[in-house]
Design a protein around this ligand. Sequence first.
Ligand code: PLZ
Length: 447
Amino acid sequence: MSQQPTGGPSITQERRLVTEIPGPRSQELAARKAKAVASGVAVGLPVQIVAAGGGILVDADGNQLIDLGSGIAVTTVGNSAPRVVEAVTRQVAEFTHTCFMVTPYEGYVAVAEKLNELTPGTHEKRSALFNSGAEAVENAVKIARSATGKQSVVVFDHAYHGRTNLTMAMTAKNMPYKKGFGPFASEVYRAPLSYPFRDGGLDGAEAARKAIDVIEKQVGADNLAAIVIEPIQGEGGFIVPADGFLPALVSWCRENNVVFVADEVQTGFARTGELFACDHEGVVPDLIVTAKGIAGGLPLAAVTGRAELMDAAHAGGLGGTYGGNPLACAAALAVIETIEAEGLVDRARTIGKTMIERLSALKDADPRIGEVRGRGAMIAVELVKPGTDEPDADLTKRVAAAANAQGMVVLTCGTYGNVLRFLPPLSMPDHLLDEALDILTQVFREN
Ligand code: PLZ
């Protein structure tokens, strides 16, 4: 099976290793990188990518790798997806930028309309567009503060919200995100999360009661502008909270004039087998933050929410030079069209079913796999010392490195560095997904 994106490269959908990984050309680039790029910008797998599409990344040495990362949940519709290529190519020839705040254009408004229509809830909504997930999270906080006249923000254990100053404060993990970069923004408080594998299996209501108790005792609803939460945590370890946890938090927010913000930067746009992860439990956030998968790799992010909240900030209070850039908006409209035309929400569910089945079988045979979890095409395994819940970060590194050497891009995550996560593009053909799972089975056997 091969994919031929319009105007893009034609890539056979097969894994192919012609050199060691990384090969000589990739190593040359790594040497140049070491001299030219700040070493704070680290690389997971130093292969030089020259083309990508379907479920394959092609490197400069002619190797073809199976992509189980999607550039961290970004190329959900696939790399160089035909509609995206066509829309962006057309737009780049028409005009590249005016700045929406100076002289507007249709794409921005059309993306806002689509977001208002597609995000959870039928209430009247507004959207504002930004460049990155972190920037959009910051703006959600600005909007919540402006709308409530309150200042505090509650986030959760294991949370990841970005690398800017406010979002570093909101992100839980010190290394590598925060070490040496403080002082951090004030008025950010952390509550316990529902983490069924590690909280003794509290049900959703119990876990929410624990979190709310911390919030009431340590912050106070009168001070609290917003609760910000990833409905399934991404960097924190693909943690799916127990059923009922999110709805209980939403109810508490409604009763206490607190804005409930869903950070769907990683979970959004079909990734989890619903258009948004909130949809699995019928959760309707007051504000929803989207990015990553929204625009197939072009930088775009958004805050969408209740009109009365979104309109609370004064005119001119929200914006930025590039937010809702015409190319990114053209891409986003093409992404949404692709998700609908190709039935990608269903595709994510099918991929999830295959991965859960295969990985559960692997878990049954290997006591080092503590849990298989996730939804849709956002699945992970948490690795532990057999018979305990002690995290095994070394094994996680070894397995990821062995998978890389076999021509597979896999990512790790988790507060304890012991989670292997799988985020295949939804354009991944079945045979490649099966092959990836075969390789993983073999890698676990050998490591
Ligand atoms: N919120 C839930 O997952 C980005 C970070 C990679 P930006 N996650 C990948 C890294 O190491 O920097 C993310 C997220 C959630 C916010 C963000 C931030 O999005 O587009 O990276 O700013």
